[in-house]
Design a protein around this ligand. Structure first.
Ligand SMILES: [Zn+2]
Length: 389
């Protein structure tokens, strides 16, 4: 991971770069910060930077711009990118699973962990990890075998880069009987070894461990940075990004989970809405009630709904032609509905529906009365869906 891939946190990154430049990298650091602020990707990008053989320094003194980054192309960076550098080690909470039902330790889950981190683009959280592990409500910890393997990894394997890096994710989940071992390692540092501990909950870490590390305090992501990232890197509309950024308090993981939840709700609403629209002649009261509900949503959310409705109409029309594209939004349990629904769509009426949806979006921005707007829109879409209009 490169610093450029980190969401916001430019001031902190520049201070880390400064330490590397001045050759004062402490042997043990504790990246502490709340969920979704980026402690893990920061530690990873920092380690990659330290070991990069072709560091790039930029001509900028602005606090909001990166002053340097790893090159992303040297052999060390390429191995880091795949989390496959022989001098990069990970310790993380683990438990027994169906596959590994005894003597569990991080090393046995390394392939899975790598896959998890790459999928989440570094922004990981413990609950998603437990789901990924299929841990089924079991408590995950860093145990004595993990502590022993830290010593083994650091003493037995050969050095390829100037610094060996040991990343300990969720250091607060260290079992009490493993703590003295880690403490001993931190007390007698191995030459050229960096310990990067990561925690959301530093109060649960032994004070003796904390006192042997240097604290890197990671703050929540600034709202504006999160919003820009969601638009530029994740393809969100500005209004959606604004809503997600404001509702997630600088927590990228929460923002993405909110989006997932939102989408689910909007899809359910779309199904309910189109069902009523089909029977517009007999369902005036239901249409009224639904319009009332729409009118109570924020204007940003109304816009998101209409833009998603547009996508769902397109997906259904294509499904009726036997074409599929991208990620299926009306899949799984909603697939049957899509199949039935798509029979009423053709190029002609879908085109008209698109234009109705677009007009509605336009009027929402212009502060139209949205209760009337949705009532009217539902009737017009109902007419378009009716076979003998
Ligand atoms: Zn490099």
């Amino acid at each position: 991971m490169q610093f450029a891939e980190i969401v916001g946190q430019r001031r902190l990154i520049n201070s880390l770069i400064e330490c590397v430049k001045e050759g004062r990298v402490p042997h043990a650091q504790l990246f502490a910060g709340a969920e979704g602020c980026g402690t893990f990707p920061l530690a990873l990008a920092y380690a990659q930077f330290i070991n990069c053989t072709n560091k790039q320094f930029y001509d900028s003194s602005s606090e909001n711009e990166l002053h340097a980054d790893s090159c992303g192309k040297c052999p060390s960076c390429l191995k880091y990118k795949n989390l496959a550098h022989p001098d990069l080690h990970f310790i993380f909470p683990n438990t027994t699973t169906k596959k590994i039902d005894k003597n569990n330790e991080s090393a046995l889950f390394m392939d899975l962990f790598r896959e998890f981190v790459l999928e989440k683009q570094g922004y990981i959280d413990i609950n998603s990890w437990l789901d990924f592990l299929k841990a089924e409500n079991k408590q995950a910890e860093i145990n004595v075998r993990d502590a022993n393997s830290i010593i083994k990894d650091l003493t037995m394997t050969a050095y390829e880069s100037p610094h060996k890096v040991m990343i300990i994710w969720c250091a607060d989940r260290l079992r009490h009987d493993a703590a003295p071992k880690l403490l001993k390692i931190l007390e007698e540092p191995y030459n050229g070894t960096l310990f990067l501990l990561i925690s959301e909950n530093t109060e649960a870490i032994l004070p003796t461990i904390i006192s042997r590390t240097q604290l890197v305090k990671v703050l929540s992501i600034e709202g504006e940075d999160l919003q820009t990232y969601l638009v530029e890197n994740r393809g969100f509309e500005t209004s959606e990004a604004e809503y997600l950024s404001a509702s997630s308090e600088g927590n990228l993981i929460k923002a993405l989970q909110l989006d997932e939840q939102n989408n689910k709700e909007l899809i359910e609403m779309f199904i309910e809405w189109t069902r009523v629209a089909f029977m517009y002649k007999a369902k005036a009261i239901e249409i009224m009630a639904l319009s009332e509900r729409f009118s109570k949503m924020s204007r940003e959310r109304q816009q998101s709904f209409l833009s998603m409705a547009s996508d769902l109409f397109r997906e259904s029309l294509l499904a009726s032609m036997g074409v599929s594209f991208g990620v299926e939004m009306l899949g799984g349990e909603n697939k049957e509905y899509k199949t039935k629904f798509s029979r009423f769509l053709n190029n002609e009426n879908t085109e008209r529906i698109f234009s109705l949806l677009k007009q509605a979006q336009y009027h929402i921005i212009r502060n139209a009365n949205t209760k009337i707007l949705f009532f009217d829109l539902t009737l017009k879409i109902g007419i378009q869906l009716s076979p003998n209009k």
